[in-house]
Design a protein. Sequence first.
Lengths: 150, 150
Amino acid sequence: MKTSASIALIASVLAFTTTASAQFAKPDDAIRYRKSALFVMQQNFGRVAAMASGKAPFDAKIVADSAAVADFTSKLPWAAFGEGTDKGDTRAKAEIWKESAKFKEYADKMQVEMSKLAVAAKTGNLDNIKAAVNATGGTCKTCHDAYRKD
Amino acid sequence: MKTSASIALIASVLAFTTTASAQFAKPDDAIRYRKSALFVMQQNFGRVAAMASGKAPFDAKIVADSAAVADFTSKLPWAAFGEGTDKGDTRAKAEIWKESAKFKEYADKMQVEMSKLAVAAKTGNLDNIKAAVNATGGTCKTCHDAYRKD
């Protein structure tokens, strides 16, 4: 199975549905799950961004592999934003559950850009990687500004 | 790129090396990273185990997709056990850094069994999935018994 097909398959199952939230034993597990997935993603994305900007020595292999991990993990958090997971150890704003279509749109956009970054990272072309890092980072910020508490 | 090849590639880069630990800005990030990856893995493995044992209704698609996520994430924690990450918010025993070859052997064994589980999960054969869940769970327990504080 190709990676892209595999990821699409996983994404389709772990989609933003209330059914998906039933996959967690309790709301705290869902909250920890999405934070964990986002942290793994952010660490890998951050590594790519640091190398793209020259803050860390560029290593094409680490960039490609880290971007692939960020791409894969970018699909995971969304199933864990089910009903009842708005309270607890989370900075998620209540608006997420009031504006679920918009939240999903932002989440989808990020995943699209992260996948483009993974493709760019495989080519090793620094200009393409930089552009994709900026586009992806923009989608993170848009969503955080709207839906994450300070 | 095939998933298995992709995972192998990632695993080779994120291998258990001191170089890899330099990928984290600070030891606390590495600790949080490995705990996050292990939690995402455990939640997906636990879902498969629950369905395999009849504690949750069996859904072949969820089983296959969850096992694929568990397989992918099983490769990630080990780069985050670098030098200097033995102190902090962690239950990792100091023996991990004293017996690194044995710890790596346990970690490798788990990844092998988790990959077999992902293969079994794709087939949808319940007996095979059950056997693979047991084998994988055994490798988790062996490592936790030796290297995780109560």
